[in-house]
Design a protein around this ligand. Structure first.
Ligand code: ADP
Ligand code: ZN
Length: 644
């Protein structure tokens, strides 16, 4: 592994690379020099092309859609003595020609180019003549029509890449689900066979995530003020800042007025306000002269404030990616921060209008369909019956960092209160059986029908549609006949959000088992989901089968929530707590981020002998196991030696 620390220090004033940065730089400087990098905003992606650009001979080209960001980066590079510039349509023609000429003469090490410039033939010619040593594409998801931020000008990139066949290419983005990633790779010629894909750093365990379904604006306002006062304290002396997101300009103003009337130091922010007004709001917020901003999604880019303690959405945003980016602005200092997403049934209609779905004048109905699908993904997040952090990590494909339950999101807490581990052992046998029946229904369907028909089939419906599809002949027909359709549907949604069932990305999506779903169906893997509450119309057999699931409504508080520990176990439990404290101090995070008391109790009771057994403990996901499994295990061994 090459050691670039000296150059890194000299040119960028940094001590060392993050491990994934090193990986990206090695990939880019190696052969065939193709990298796809997915890491959160502020993670340090730009270094992954800036550094190689300084190592390589000749000029490197960076495509970026954000002019303010280009300016910042170019200024910083120039200050470090690295010749660089940017070319965008905002420059006057004279200036632009000058920079293009300098570029053609090879005067720069790095040149940032706005995508819309690529449409000009002369620009393409200049780039071809320079034969850039590397091409970096920032915000690469803008090329994807599946993404939430599609920019038609990015399509020019395919032509550019085709035309100049660069030796080295890196695509960077902070948000890319698998579909988007595949589209980026296809369009940029980054075939999976020879491209290094690096996906890191989506885990934000210090964020408390929760969702709340509200019925009216009175409820929303009271949930909003409650969230703000519990996280920030009083309106006149808050600790830290907060952002409230709304979907429309009018709503930002209304909520800002409301919060002002409650004594908060607050301003609205949306694209309809004067530029000077907006600038002053961002600046005052960044400088902590303003405590709250109520904004549309126009706000947040480049906000440099690390003590944001709360991000509250009073209306649902457009996608999981947008939500994650917005809520991710909280808690950058690593201290606890809260993300609350308020939803209501009006969100659906509003979102349809915002994206022009069903609008007869819509110029791009296909695009609207795609945006609608992204919104439904967010609604699946709202519905999630398993840990919200793990849902997001799975959504982005960052499986390595999943925790197997964070212990402090609203879903984890509900599971804990109801005395139900997200581990299989705590689901009753009857419940486990119901889940396996539902999964086998999905499997037997063999992709022939959609969710509604599968629900009907499991419910045992007897109609033409069932007969036509041959679903009435399946052994799984009527397997869940004692449950209502809505309940079965809710269960299937939970199975979907837990990653056991997936939908095909077609116009008429059909459910399929994932490999994890298949394992659960066969009883090979424990199940981690929250059961839907039984509904009123449910018949008695179902009630019997799912008695324990009423606990998820929180009514059965008499249920034991913590296992009894023997005296020996309590000694071990205390030892584990001090180990946790040490780890937390070491990492500079609150103790609950390391793991919950419940996890330690479970370990104290099970006294695992190896990492595999430790992995079975409540809330011990692969990430925790890898990071401090050994330390916890050592504590078990010393505090309570197992008999030989
Ligand atoms: P991104 O492009 O991923 O949004 P940036 O490249 O703008 O993020 O980096 C964000 C910040 O992180 C910058 O201030 C940068 O100096 C800092 N940074 C990047 N890499 C490192 C590193 N290896 N060590 C310390 N700081 C770093
Ligand atoms: Zn959780």
């Amino acid at each position: 592994m090459p050691n670039w620390n000296a150059q890194l220090k000299e040119r960028f004033g940094l001590e060392n690379f993050h491990s994934w940065q090193q990986e990206a730089v090695e990939g880019l400087l190696g052969d065939p020099g193709k990298v796809m990098l997915i890491a959160p905003t502020g993670g340090g992606k730009s270094l992954c092309y800036q550094f190689p650009a300084t190592e390589l001979e000749g000029t490197s080209i960076v495509i970026s859609p954000l002019i303010a960001l280009m300016e910042d980066q170019v200024r910083a590079l120039q200050q470090r003595g690295i010749p660089s510039t940017y070319i965008a349509s905002t420059l006057d023609p004279e200036q632009r020609r000058h920079r293009e000429q300098q570029l053609a003469e090879g005067a720069y090490k790095l040149v940032y180019i706005a995508p819309e410039r690529l449409a000009s033939g002369s620009m393409l010619g200049v780039i071809a003549r320079v034969q850039p040593s590397l091409i970096a594409i920032d915000e690469a998801h803008c090329i994807s029509q599946w993404g939430h931020d599609f920019r038609p000008s990015y399509l020019e990139l395919s032509r550019l890449i085709d035309h100049i066949q660069p030796k080295r290419i890196i695509a960077c983005t902070a948000t890319a689900t698998l579909v988007v990633r595949e589209e980026i790779q296809a369009r940029l010629g980054l075939q999976s066979s020879d491209t290094k894909v690096i996906l890191r750093g989506f885990s934000r365990p210090n964020l408390h995530l929760s969702c709340l379904e509200t019925e009216n604006s009175v409820q929303r306002r009271s949930a909003l003020t409650h969230a703000l006062t519990t996280t920030l304290g009083s309106a006149n002396a808050p600790t830290g800042g907060g952002i409230v997101y709304a979907s429309t300009r009018k709503n930002t103003e209304k909520h800002a007025d409301f919060l002002k009337s409650k004594g908060w130091n607050v301003a609205p922010y949306h694209a309809g306000l004067e530029a000077s007004n907006r600038e002053s709001t961002s600046q005052r917020f960044s400088e902590k002269q303003l405590d709250l901003v109520v904004a549309t999604n126009a706000f947040g880019m480049g906000i440099d404030r690390d003590d944001i303690r709360a991000v509250v959405h009073v209306q649902a945003p457009g996608s999981v990616e947008a939500y994650y980016q917005e809520v991710g602005r909280a808690g950058r200092d690593g201290q606890p921060a809260h993300g609350l997403l308020l939803t209501s049934s009006s969100d659906f209609g509003l979102r349809r209008r915002l994206i022009g779905l069903g609008d007869p004048d819509n110029a791009n109905p296909k695009r609207s369909q795609q945006l609608w699908r992204l919104f439904l993904d967010l609604m699946a997040y709202v519905e999630a019956g398993s840990c919200r952090h793990d849902f997001i990590l799975r959504y982005f494909g960052d499986e390595k960092e999943t925790l197997g339950g964070c212990g402090h999101c609203d879903v984890c807490q509900a599971l804990e209160e109801s005395g139900k581990d997200p581990n299989a052992a705590s689901l009753s046998e009857a419940e486990t059986l119901i889940i396996r029946k539902a999964l086998s229904g999905v499997a037997r369907n063999r992709g022939r029908a959609g969710m509604a028909a599968v629900t009907d089939m499991l419910h045992g419906a007897d109609n033409d549609r069932m007969r036509k599809l041959g679903l009435d002949q399946l052994s799984t027909h009527g397997l869940l006949s004692s449950h209502t359709r809505p309940w079965i549907q809710a269960l299937l949604r939970r199975l979907m959000t837990a990653g056991l069932v997936d939908l095909t990305p077609d116009e008429f999506p059909v459910p399929l088992l994932t490999s994890q779903g298949a394992q659960v169906m066969k009883g090979q893997t424990p199940i981690r989901i929250r059961f839907p509450a039984p509904d009123v119309g449910q018949r008695s057999a179902a009630k019997r089968a799912a008695t324990t699931s009423t606990a998820s409504t929180g009514k059965h508080s008499s249920r034991k929530t913590l296992p009894d520990l023997s005296e020996q176990d309590i000694i071990l439990f205390e030892a584990l707590r001090s180990t946790r404290m040490e780890i937390a101090k070491d990492k500079g995070v609150p103790a609950y981020v390391i793991c919950h008391d419940r996890t330690l109790r479970d370990i104290a009771q099970k006294h695992p002998k190896n990492l595999e057994e430790l992995g079975q403990a409540f809330g011990m996901g692969p990430a925790r196991l890898e990071s401090y499994g050994t330390q916890l295990l050592d504590t078990v061994k010393t505090a309570r030696p197992t008999p030989a």
